[in-house]
Design a protein around this ligand. Structure first.
Ligand code: 4GN
Length: 265
């Protein structure tokens, strides 16, 4: 399944720069991802190439004019008749791992980036654009939001990530954070690496990482953890595992504040 992203933006270089290299840049070279940039300025008729104007009723910022954006959308549709329009805005549905996976099922998307005060609402109405927000904060333009969508969806496309492809893609599924990672040297500024990771026993290491993942999620993002889905037996095993960690490992893993009582019940 090949992805096709089209981005309607006054600043195409922002997007082209970000995705000229890195994981997405490589995937474009392999032909797994197409990226088209459409500049609404292309569709202006006046000498000043006007794409925005002051808001009716007054207020700060400039508003993207409906007609150049409409023409840009027609171009996107001409290039991909099945593309769907997404408008990046703080008013949209919040992006989550679940929504990323849903969008990745049909990755033929046109991302509309507003600037300044946003775009004329009649354009949103006429196009039926789906509004998505990348989080509860305001950006100076939709480009960074569009980039977040392109990056997160691309990681779901088979072949885009390295070997461990699906394993890496699944890392957030199940609502668990990853266990902390370490590399050479074995000792750095008086700190060593958890002994288990040096054991060479891959099955044991994977089991250890899974328990650490559960603990790290509980400690740092209790809102994500689905600990209530663990059985009583698993919870008991988790508590034993936590109590068996060395003091230094608890510190290294960021678990020093997690009390074993939190694993009760
Ligand atoms: C998207 C766009 C934040 C988001 C944006 C977000 C551009 N700021 N949270 N700024 O996903 C409409 C008004 C587009 C702001 C403008």
């Amino acid at each position: 399944m090949k992805a096709h992203f089209q981005v309607i933006t006054l600043f195409p270089l922002m997007i082209e720069t970000l995705f000229g290299e890195g994981v997405v840049g490589q995937a474009r070279k392999k032909g797994l991802i197409d990226l088209s940039l459409i500049n609404p300025r292309e569709f202006t008729e006046d000498v000043h190439k006007t794409v925005d104007d002051r808001p009716f009723g007054g207020g700060d910022g400039m508003i993207g004019m409906a007609e150049p954006l409409w023409q840009a959308w027609q171009k996107a549709r001409a290039q991909d008749s099945e593309t769907e329009l997404i408008y990046l805005s703080p008013q949209g549905e919040t992006l989550t791992d679940t929504l990323v996976k849903e969008l990745a099922l049909r990755p033929r998307l046109t991302l509309l980036c507003g600037r300044y005060g946003g775009v004329d609402q009649r354009l949103i109405e006429k196009t039926g654009a789906r509004e998505i927000s990348i989080g509860d904060y305001v950006l100076s333009g939709g480009e960074i939001g569009a980039a977040v969508l392109i990056d997160t969806i691309s990681r779901q496309i088979p072949g885009v990530l390295g070997h461990a492809d699906s394993a890496v893609r699944e890392s957030f599924a199940g609502g668990l954070l990853e266990a902390p990672q370490f590399t050479r040297p074995r000792e750095w500024q008086g700190l060593s690496v958890p002994e288990m990771l040096m054991s060479g026993n891959h099955a044991k290491i994977e089991e250890w990482r899974r328990w650490v993942s559960i603990l790290v999620t509980l400690a740092k993002r209790p809102d994500l953890s689905k600990l209530e889905e663990l059985s009583r037996k698993e919870r008991q095993k988790l508590r034993q595992f936590f109590e068996g960690l060395s003091g230094q490992d608890k510190v290294l893993l960021g678990l020093e504040d997690l009390a074993s009582e939190e694993l009760d019940g």
